[in-house]
Design a protein around this ligand. Sequence first.
Ligand code: SAM
Length: 185
Amino acid sequence: MTRRSALIDTRVIYCGDCLDQLAALPNHCVDLIYIDPPFNSNRNYEVFWGETKEKRSFEDRHASTQAYIEFMRPRCVQLARVLKETGSFYYHCDWHASHYVKVMLDQIFGENSFVNEIIWKRQSAHSDAKQGSKHLGRVHDTILLYAPGEDYYFKHLYKPYEDEYLEKFYRHVEPETGRRYQLGD
Ligand SMILES: C[S@@+](CC[C@H](N)C(=O)[O-])C[C@H]1O[C@@H](n2cnc3c(N)ncnc32)[C@H](O)[C@@H]1O
C-alpha cells in the first residue's frame, strides 16, 4: 500500500536546530535528504564565509561516540519520518563514526532499506599520513544511502565518452550505420 505524500512549500529555508524544524513538518513530504552533519571529529570549526567573511562556527566535540550517536539519533528519526516512500536519504560521515552511524541507520530505516555505501575518495591524504605518523592515510569520506521503499526514485547519469576513449576501445565501425563497436567474449 502506498502512503499519501503531503505537499510542502519548497521556497522556504528553515533555519535553526533541525530537530525543532523537522518536528513542524508533516510525515512523508520530502523526496531527497542529504545531510553533512558534524562527523564526531572531536574538533570545533570556525570558517570565514563568502565575500563578507562572516564567521561561522560549529562544535563537533562529544563526550563519546555513543553520545554523538544519541545526538544524531532523534534527528535521523525525524528525517526518516518526513521522507517519502519513494524518497532517498544520504548521510555523509567519515571514519570517526561511520560504522556506528550505519548501525543506527539500520535500526531507524531497517537493514533492508540500506542501498549503498558510497566512498568519496580524495586525491591525496592531505598530510594525514606524514612522516612519523603511525597509520596509513585516511583518504575517504563515507556516504550511506537508504531508501525506505522498493520503488524509490533513482536515475543513473550518463555522459558521452571522450573521442580518444572511443577510438581506443571501440575501434570497429559498422559500415551500414557508422556505429562503433568493440569485440568481446
Ligand atoms: C560538516 S558541517 C557541513 C557544512 C556544509 N555542508 C558546507 O559544506 O558548508 C556540519 C554543519 O551542521 C550544522 N549543524 C550542527 N548541528 C546542527 C543541528 N542540530 N541542526 C542543524 N544543523 C546543525 C553545523 O552548523 C554545520 O554547518
